[in-house]
Design a protein around this ligand. Structure first.
Ligand SMILES: *Cc1c(COP(=O)(O)O)cnc(C)c1O
Length: 350
């Protein structure tokens, strides 16, 4: 029922990708005069005079072990945002095709659609930000090329019900992209464990959140080798810099630090989630499987937002998002930052 080749844009199916010097010769030769690099060296303290590995083999080798997948199931991009854009460009004919989002959700899916002149279909999540049998039925009836399932969802923080996601994976004719940017904070297993079952599944993860490397810009997509092959074919040849590849390798070899950061953020999330409901201005703290909390304030969330800004505390105002009236999204910070946030909220209107 799922046919990747018929989903891919016809002009890309047969497109010949750019063949870089590093594609044609890999490794260290004695004399490297094939890529118009500067053999003498680099300005600045570090050596970056050679083009990086276009397929980031060393990083993928480590990452494959860490994630229990095969290197051929991994795509690396300049942030997950690059993978989001490439997935749209791979499947959606501009001015003709559509993609499907489930608001309230991450804004980049829609930006990527607009950038590529792709129509956006919307099916709003239930009031508790979940899938339902009705939503699943509408997804399965859609001709969209991609459906985006953000789980844990941004800005709401909750995991989507796995059984409904599975129904979508079984019945949807397009790509099902599960954005797991926050999976490291969730108790549920990653959908990467189900790749073999679903040829239409793409799982997105990132180094920007639990790994603490947002400034590095490194995102991951996990999918069948066929889908990954297409992404590699259409990506900019050197989309992940040598600096990023080196730092990512160092991070992957420092998994203890990753685990410690993750644990501390989970403790901070619980600490805030325990105390926020006691504040008179807090109407609801939504359950979170992420490193942030969506909180409904009354009577006026934007007044709370402005008050925090004046105190030098910036949070995300989500009041205009579908189903999110009266809400602010609070990222879990250091223990000291969490204290400052809570103290400021206690002083609002006091
Ligand atoms: C933060 C976030 C990302 C990460 O994007 P990067 O480009 O990798 O920094 C992806 N998806 C969602 C839903 C996010 O909230």
């Amino acid at each position: 029922m799922f046919n990747l080749d018929s989903l891919v844009r016809p002009n890309l199916r047969d497109m010949k990708p750019y063949s870089s010097a590093r594609d044609e010769f890999q490794g260290e030769a004695q004399v490297m005069l094939d890529a118009n690099e500067n053999s003498l060296g680099s300005a600045g303290p570090d050596q970056f005079n050679r083009y990086p590995d276009p397929l980031q083999r060393a990083v993928k080798q480590e990452l494959a072990q860490f994630k229990a997948v095969r290197p051929e199931q991994i795509f690396l991009g300049n942030g997950s945002d690059e993978a989001i854009d490439l997935l749209v460009r791979l499947t959606c004919v501009p001015g003709q095709d559509s993609l499907l989002i489930l608001p309230p959700t991450y804004g980049m899916y829609e930006v990527a659609a607009n950038l590529n002149d792709v129509r956006v279909e919307r099916l709003q999540l239930t009031p508790d930000f979940q899938l339902s049998p009705e939503i699943v039925a509408s997804v399965l009836a859609s001709d969209a090329k991609i459906v985006w399932l953000c789980s844990p969802n941004n800005p709401t923080g909750n995991l989507l019900h796995a059984e409904y996601m599975e129904e979508i994976l079984r019945g949807f004719r397009g790509l099902v992209v599960v954005d797991e940017a926050y999976a490291d904070f969730a108790a549920a297993p990653s959908w990467t464990t189900r790749l073999a079952e679903f040829p239409n599944l793409v799982v997105l993860q990132t180094f920007s959140k639990a790994w603490g490397l947002a400034g590095l810009r490194l995102g991951m997509a996990f999918a069948s080798p066929e889908i990954i092959g297409y992404l590699n074919k259409i990506k900019p040849p050197y989309n992940v810099s040598e600096a990023t590849q080196r730092f990512a390798l160092q991070a992957l070899r420092d998994a203890d630090r990753f685990e410690s950061l993750r644990q501390q953020l989970l403790v901070g999330r619980d600490w805030l989630a325990e105390r926020l409901p006691a504040l008179p201005i807090v109407a609801e703290v939504f359950p979170s499987d992420a490193n942030f909390l969506l909180v409904r304030f009354h009577p006026d969330a934007t007044a709370v937002y402005d008050f925090l800004v004046a105190r030098g505390i910036i949070v995300r105002n989500r009041t205009t998002q579908p189903g999110c009236a009266g809400t602010l999204r609070l990222t879990v910070g250091t223990p000291a930052e969490n204290e400052l946030l809570l103290q400021a909220l206690r002083e609002f209107n006091a």
